[in-house]
Design a protein around this ligand. Sequence first.
Ligand SMILES: *Cc1c(COP(=O)(O)O)cnc(C)c1O
Length: 229
Amino acid sequence: MENKFGFIDENLKRINYNLNEAAAKYRRSDEKISLMAVTKTVAPEYVNYAVSKGVKLLGENRVQEFQSKKDFYDKSAKVHFIGHLQTNKVKYIIDSVEMIQSVDSMKLALEINRLSEKSSKITDVLCEINIGGEESKDGISRDEAKELVYRMSELKNIRVCGLMTIPPPFESEKFLYEMQTLYNEISAENIENVNMNVLSMGMSNDYETAIKYGSTLVRIGTGLFGNRI
Ligand SMILES: *Cc1c(COP(=O)(O)O)cnc(C)c1O
């Protein structure tokens, strides 16, 4: 019988191969790079198959979709929220995600902090940067990023762990480089209560280049699961 998950095996092999090649070419051997499977529109059986083949991290974009799928997910994988998050929706995800990567305002940070305190926990977050200054994208501007990280560092129930971005698709390399520069600048501040160790960038079309510029976490959707329906 034909294995209906076979394409995931092939894609995962290719991605792991490319990740290892890029890491060997551009990075120190002790640097760890995480692979996230981005699961929007993908049915849980396919997601779980990827998990059974070694994927340890899932990325969710939409609150409602995540709510409808999370009970079916293999619990051995961790989930990060990576999509646009409205303040009034934080309550639906706060107890089921390991990290929120898409924090781009103090208003959102305050709500995550408030609900984390209620749940007696500290939530790891990344600051999402609109590195290309695109109207259509979420994220805080490059110029305002450092100040936002400083302000977020005052909140006791969140911990800033780094930065996330989606660069403009046609000039990806230039902006991946700018992200690396910004990440290094903010890391060098050694801000109290901030633990800079995640630079989340690189998607199906630019993950190898992202590794060149210091990414520690690549987020791959179509490259793994095929085109979204
Ligand atoms: C959809 C999405 C991805 C994955 O994009 P692909 O091009 O399908 O790999 C990564 N990050 C975020 C925030 C996304 O919304």
